[in-house]
Structures are given as structure tokens and as C-alpha cells.
Design a protein around this ligand. Sequence first.
Ligand SMILES: [Zn+2]
Length: 149
Amino acid sequence: MISDEDLLFIEPKGVGASSALVDTATRRMAAAFRQAEAIQPYYCGFHVCVCGACSGPQDFQLPNDRKIYSLCVHYLAYHPDEVPLGQLQEVEQLPFGEVEPSEQELEGIRMVQYDELPTELKRQLLRGTENKPGDLLADQPPGSSPSSP
Ligand SMILES: [Zn+2]
């Protein structure tokens, strides 16, 4: 589903390029992403790209109020053909300069199972939502259900 309400909330269909395309749009998006602020509470889920790249557990807001998430740079670098033209033009006009994207900005974060997360991050995930812990963990695969401490 492609949403024009938020920037680069896309779901690429193809596996994407084998290496990152770091062009003007990618650099401008990286610069903008570093200006963005995390939106609270956490989204409490991860956006996972078809190629396996995984976002962080939260969305971000640019200073111009556009909502993005942490795969925005990845999409431009690996799936530029699937970025809607209007959004590509918007990225090219973002007023935050250009930076070289970091590896994590390009590749996303590695997918981890909930049980692999550091305890402190689990606490933050639980704290960052008003949902009951049971709701938060409802999507976990069987066998990794929240056990009592
Ligand atoms: Zn991807």
C-alpha cells in the first residue's frame, strides 16, 4: 500500500538493487532523516522490506511535519524504481542539505526475534505504549509468548 499522506511509506514488490544507489535523493533523505524526531509512542511494530531490511520500532517526523520511518533512505537506495515520482521530487527538494548515508540508514537493521532483544529495549518497547503488554506481544510467534519474569 502506498500512502501519499506520509513520505516513503511504501512496500516495494521487487527485491531491489544488489548495491545501494547513493544519489542526490538518497543523500538528501539521509540528511532529512537525521533532523527528524521520533514520534511517541512507539509504533510498536517493524516495517519490513521485501528484501529483508527492517525498520526501527518507531516512526519519525520531519521538521516540516512529514512522517517517515527509518527505511526511507533504504527505499531510495535500493528500490528507487518503486518510489512514486511525486515523492521522489519532494525528497529532491527537502531543505536539509545532503549527507553520506550510514550503513544502517542504507541497509536497515537486522531482523531480530523479540527474545533476542536486549532487556532494556524490551522495557522501552513496553514503556513506549499504552497497550497492555499482552497486546504488544500478540504478534509474536507461538512459543515466544511473554513469560512471567
Ligand atoms: Zn528493501
